[in-house]
Design a protein around this ligand. Structure first.
Ligand code: GLA
Length: 346
């Protein structure tokens, strides 16, 4: 029975840069989603998941129309249906989804699901081809996301972070030393405003790009030239964030973990002040991690408006929970894993 396993991801630095032709440094993590496909001579896919009780029936020729996909029940299967609509499997059958990704941890469970499903249904090609299909599926169900999550889930290399240049769609494997513990903490803030807020930031960046061109290719002078103060702040985040991605890659290559950590802290300030995607709970989670001796740096990771925080720490510096505003919050210690399409040699 064919199966495909796609990892979640955590973004070490470079947020809200992917849809701006900028740069980011994510890594695939050692928890993920597996899709197991049992083909049968029928015209639909029976989709079941460990996480949900309702089974979804998706015609193999399901219409990629966003309105129809948005009305599909059960709701958990809408993204999967969009992947099916684009993958156009030759046959139906049953697909079982199981996941070790912690729910709500901001480790991109939706990209892991989309990549695992696309691969098990026979979508072929390099990681960027699979990632584009998964991104398009997200767009069909109303999430105007970039390529960061599916490209990492498909194309990262074990033991490495993945430096992605979204202007050229080229990637470079960046080795991660065992001397650094990649820690993710849940802020406890899972607000539904996330989707509206994310779409608003995409639109603001588009408005700025209409004046100065793609923000990931812009420089400080372009930012100063923007007359609208809000667009200027948004653009300043993207321009400075891309520079920080390059600086973190250099710091890691030099073994300068303190330097890399300081850049994560700067990134958080930029995401909170200029890009305005942090929340009090996320700020508190960053502060709680930074207060632990041996933490090099911490920042919001992913889309923001709640969600998770990533830190680089000395092994052993952070436990399995961290107290945020007097409440214990879950902490995950993650290792850089292989993408779905780059399995490690046995
Ligand atoms: C979400 C999106 C990504 C990316 C990040 C922010 O995770 O899915 O495409 O834009 O937010 O960096």
């Amino acid at each position: 029975m064919p199966n495909a396993r796609a990892p979640g991801r955590v973004n070490l630095i470079g947020d809200h840069t992917d849809y701006n032709a900028g740069r980011a440094l994510p890594m695939a993590v050692d928890v993920g989603t597996t899709a197991t496909f049992e083909p049968a001579p029928i015209a639909s896919l029976q989709l079941s998941s460990d996480a949900f009780t309702e089974v979804a029936t998706i015609p193999v020729d399901v219409d990629p129309d966003p309105r129809q996909l948005g009305a599909l029940e059960p709701a958990w299967a809408r993204l999967a249906a969009a992947v099916v609509a684009l993958a156009r499997p030759a046959t139906g059958g049953s697909v079982r989804i199981s996941s070790t990704l912690p729910i709500g941890a901001g480790l991109s469970s939706s990209a892991a699901l989309a990549v695992a499903l696309a691969c098990v249904l026979g979508v072929e090609g390099p990681p960027i081809v699979v990632a584009r299909l998964c991104q398009q599926a997200e767009h069909l169900v109303g999430a105007p996301v970039g390529l960061l999550d599916p490209l990492t889930s498909a194309g990262a290399r074990a033991g490495h972070a993945l430096l992605v240049d979204f202007a050229t769609l080229t990637t470079r494997d960046v080795p991660l030393t065992e001397a650094v513990d990649v820690v993710v903490a849940d802020s406890g803030d899972h607000r539904s405003l996330r989707e509206a807020g994310y779409a608003a930031r995409v639109a603001e960046c588009e408005a700025a790009a209409a004046v100065v061109g793609p923000l990931g290719l812009a420089g400080p002078d372009d930012v100063v030239g923007l007359r609208d103060p809000l667009l200027r702040r948004r653009a300043r985040h993207v321009v400075t964030e891309c520079a920080r991605v390059d600086a973190v890659v250099a710091a890691l290559a030099a073994g300068d973990l303190a330097g890399a950590g300081a850049l994560l802290v700067e990134s958080h300030r930029s995401l909170a002040d200029d890009f305005e995607v942090s929340t009090p709970a996320v700020d508190a989670a960053v502060a709680a991690l930074l207060a632990c001796p041996g933490v090099h740096g911490a920042r919001l990771t992913g889309g923001g408006f709640g969600g998770s925080v990533v830190a680089l720490a000395e092994p052993g510096a952070v436990g399995t929970t961290v107290s945020v505003g007097g409440r214990p919050r879950s902490v995950w210690h993650l290792r850089p894993a292989a993408g779905c399409l780059r399995p490690s040699p046995p």
